[in-house]
Design a protein around this ligand. Structure first.
Ligand code: PLP
Length: 400
């Protein structure tokens, strides 16, 4: 039934790829699966019970982000939410054929933009500086009467760098242009309300915040242009056809309630662990750079580059040592290309290829971080030894 892998004793530092489901969220999924199994569109009592579970989940999300529950649309995850926004724009504003985004967005935005380019859209990809910060002047100069939407991420999935979304919102408002924020990586990691972002659309995903996979949400500001991506039944007030994922929504709602309760404590703990990790790594290993460290970041993410070390080999070496980290975006793994995020930050190909992403989460302990530091030091020393052509015996002694 399960792959024959023993993952129980491994150390997991890839929370930006996905998080383990919280116990309370899993209990909500189980309960809804067994008890609220009916179709929420059915008029009988079983259906009403399922609709009630769905409503409670929607209410939890609305309360946490300080919006009206009618503005929360359940989707299958971040990717669908993002695709829904661009589809709405395409359908509702056909005369506006320009879109502004950034060079470091997630592939779910960039691939849609490439597709729109093939359909004649002009896409402005705003650059970032070496710290991962967006060039707001370029963004403002790209705005014009043909701009349909500005789409930016809140936190970058590879570096954790935060964009100043409120500032971007004041620019888009000045020009009367719609704003979509991909908050998939920031939701659950820092507290914000939809008003803080000042957007018209915000994409969220449950599995990044200790909820189940296969469920997400799109917040749509009242009166913002909207056209459904999925056509069929009249679920979600006609905005997304298909029988709702009631159990997934229940788990999402529970995960958001936990987050609402403990996000400040999580932020404090993760900031401490991340800072300890980065300080120790820089103290113990020469030739380390932390990408985006001078910018405002979400508290759980470190993106590090090591001189003369191939990031992919380092990820593999750590994997053999029982430690899971990643090279960047999980969606880009296997692409064998330097990260588009680090490339946009102006890092050369070899620096880009040397990067690994470490992302901490609720279950991460200080003792685990210490093991990670020791193993990283060992692997980096060994890999540099091989790189320098030292004989195996010297490499094993850990000679730099
Ligand atoms: N946006 C960002 C910034 C992400 O990191 C991800 C997933 O990694 C997505 C969108 C896509 O979310 P999902 O996996 O829920 O489709």
């Amino acid at each position: 039934m399960y792959p024959p892998l023993n993952i129980m004793n491994r150390l997991y530092f890839d929370y930006n790829a996905t998080t383990p489901i919280a116990q309370e969220a899993w209990a909500a999924v189980e309960e809804a699966t067994h008890i609220a199994y009916a179709n929420p569109s059915s008029v009988h009592q079983n259906g009403v019970a399922a609709a009630c579970v769905l409503r409670t989940a929607r209410k939890s999300i609305a309360e946490c982000f300080r919006v009206h529950e009618d503005e929360v649309l359940f989707t299958s995850g971040g990717t669908e939410s993002i695709n829904t926004v661009f589809h709405s724009i395409r359908k509702c504003l056909p005369e506006k054929k320009e879109i502004i985004t950034t060079a470091i967005e997630h592939s779910s935005v960039l691939k849609v933009c490439r597709d729109l380019e093939r359909d004649g859209y002009k896409i402005h990809y705003i650059g970032v500086n070496s710290k991962g910060a967006i060039d707001l002047h370029s963004l403002e100069s790209a705005l014009n009467p043909r701009t349909a939407v500005v789409s930016v991420m809140h936190a970058n999935n590879e570096t954790g760098v935060l964009f100043p979304v409120a500032e971007i919102s004041s620019i888009t408002k000045k020009f009367g242009v719609l704003l979509h924020v991909d908050a998939v990586q920031s939701a659950g990691k820092i507290r914000f309300s939809m008003d803080d972002l000042g957007a018209d659309y915000v994409s969220l995903s449950a599995h990044k915040l200790y909820g189940p996979k296969g469920i997400g949400a799109l917040w749509i500001r009242k009166k913002a242009p909207f056209y459904p991506l999925l056509l069929g039944g009249s679920q979600e007030k006609g905005r997304r056809a298909g029988t709702e994922n009631v159990a997934g929504a229940a788990g999402f709602g529970a995960a958001v309630r936990i987050m609402d309760r403990q996000i400040e404590a999580d932020v404090d703990r993760l900031t401490y662990l991340r800072n300890f990790f980065e300080k120790e790594i820089c103290r113990r290993i020469p030739g380390v750079v932390i990408h985006g460290d001078e910018s405002l970041r979400i508290p759980n993410t470190s993106n590090l580059g090591f001189d003369s070390v191939d990031g992919e080999l380092l990820v593999t070496a750590l994997d053999h040592a029982g430690i899971s980290v990643s090279m960047g975006s999980a969606c880009m793994s296997g692409a064998h290309q330097p990260s588009h995020v680090l490339t946009a930050m102006g890092l050369g190909e070899s620096t880009g290829r040397s990067a690994v992403r470490v992302s901490f989460g609720r279950q991460t302990t200080l003792a685990e971080v210490e093991v990670l530091i020791n193993q990283l030091e060992k692997c980096v020393i060994q890999m540099r030894g091989f790189h320098a052509g030292l004989p195996l015996s010297k490499v094993q002694e850990g000679v730099l």
